[in-house]
Design a protein around this ligand. Structure first.
Ligand SMILES: Cc1cc2nc3c(=O)[nH]c(=O)nc-3n(C[C@H](O)[C@H](O)[C@H](O)COP(=O)(O)O)c2cc1C
Length: 207
């Protein structure tokens, strides 16, 4: 099967992407508006970029109906700050509640029952129930596509402070078994860390 994305609707291309790019980590992004309203939403088009400076990106697309930017993007444009909270098995259900298409200004912390606690550097709050938070300052926003559904944005942020739960921090590394992260698959499906295997990286030595 060979498919030219130009022959399909954007949501058909989306289905091929989310069924192929997986499992995806989830950035649970907390922000605050200039009026002080908290916002919290999950984004699985999320990855690291560089470690010097420590930089991450996630991708809020435009809303499916009229193509408006999502509340998270509006707040980050206004404030230049956000927090990425790592999603664990324990908070997967409230995380999903935060993906509801609430009107702008609705506080998803209140809707989901999660607890907002102050960050140290940025004004955006952190999710208390998540064991890892990255306080981030905006590096840049790159717009992709047209200003209509299917288009979206790459939000690039520099991590200015890591918060790692003490019991998960082992000699500078994260205890993955203790973290119990959740990954997104396609549609309503998610995955836990399952069977693992190791591959040792080889080093080429010039002869
Ligand atoms: C696990 C999960 C991952 C998601 N990933 C994305 C994503 O990468 N990009 C996106 O635009 N929306 C994504 N969504 C949908 C947003 O979370 C949803 O549109 C949310 O209402 C946006 O909130 P906001 O308008 O408060 O920013 C995802 C939803 C879930 C449940």
């Amino acid at each position: 099967m060979v498919i030219n994305p130009k022959d399909q609707k954007y949501n058909e291309n989306y289905k091929l992407m989310i069924g192929s790019i997986l499992p995806r980590p989830i950035a649970f992004v907390s922000t605050v508006s200039t009026e002080g309203h908290f916002n919290l939403a999950p984004f699985s088009f999320f990855t690291g970029v560089t470690s010097d400076p420590p930089t991450v990106l996630f991708c809020p697309t435009r809303q499916p109906n009229e193509g408006q930017p999502k509340d998270t993007l509006i707040n980050i444009r206004e404030t230049g700050e956000f927090v990425i909270n790592i999603v664990t098995e324990d908070i997967s259900e409230p995380m999903n509640d935060c993906a509801t298409n609430f009107p702008y200004g609705v506080d998803e912390f209140k809707e989901s029952g999660l607890t907002a606690v102050p960050a140290h550097v940025v004004k955006a709050p952190m999710v208390k129930e998540s064991p890892i938070h990255f306080e981030c300052k905006l590096n840049q926003i790159i717009e992709i596509g047209e200003a209509k559904p299917g288009g979206g944005f790459i939000v690039i942020g520099e991590i200015v402070l890591f918060h790692i739960a003490d019991d998960l921090y082992k000699n500078g590394r994260i205890d993955i078994d203790g973290l119990k992260p959740v990954g997104r698959l396609a549609g309503a499906e998610y995955t836990k860390i399952g069977e693992r295997f190791s591959l040792v990286r080889k080093t080429y030595i010039k002869k």
